[in-house]
Design a protein. Sequence first.
Length: 157
Amino acid sequence: MMRSLAPLDPRTKKRRMAEFHRLCRERGIPLTTQRRAILEAVLALDCHPTADEVHAAPAVRQARISRATVYRTLEGLAGLGIITKACHPGGVVRYDARAAIHHHLICLRCDAVIDIADTRLDALPIPDTSALGFDVKDFRVQLRGICRRCRRLEVTR
């Protein structure tokens, strides 16, 4: 059965920050104020923010972090596996605080990204792509359509 995922709770956010600190220590990556502020912003926003939305977050604005640093740091955090990139055709890159495998509903009107979980989607067989020389590392299903909010707006017009 498909269900939407609840927002990240404070304990989970704290665990994610601790995981980030551990990864930085293990890999010899400096644990800078900028990296902490940007990850805290992604975790606080919990809405698949764009780099510009992260840049506008209070913690990032307060630390006076440049837009270029936000973009580079988000890419670095995604490379570490602390966050993931939620990309879809025609939309801007969004960053997802949930690193665990889950799936998305994508609104074609407002570009909203909604986290969902469904064991049937998790159990989909991954096709053999070896003949194409491609090695699949993970998969995420994106179901594209019109969200509840946009459908309501259509009815009131």
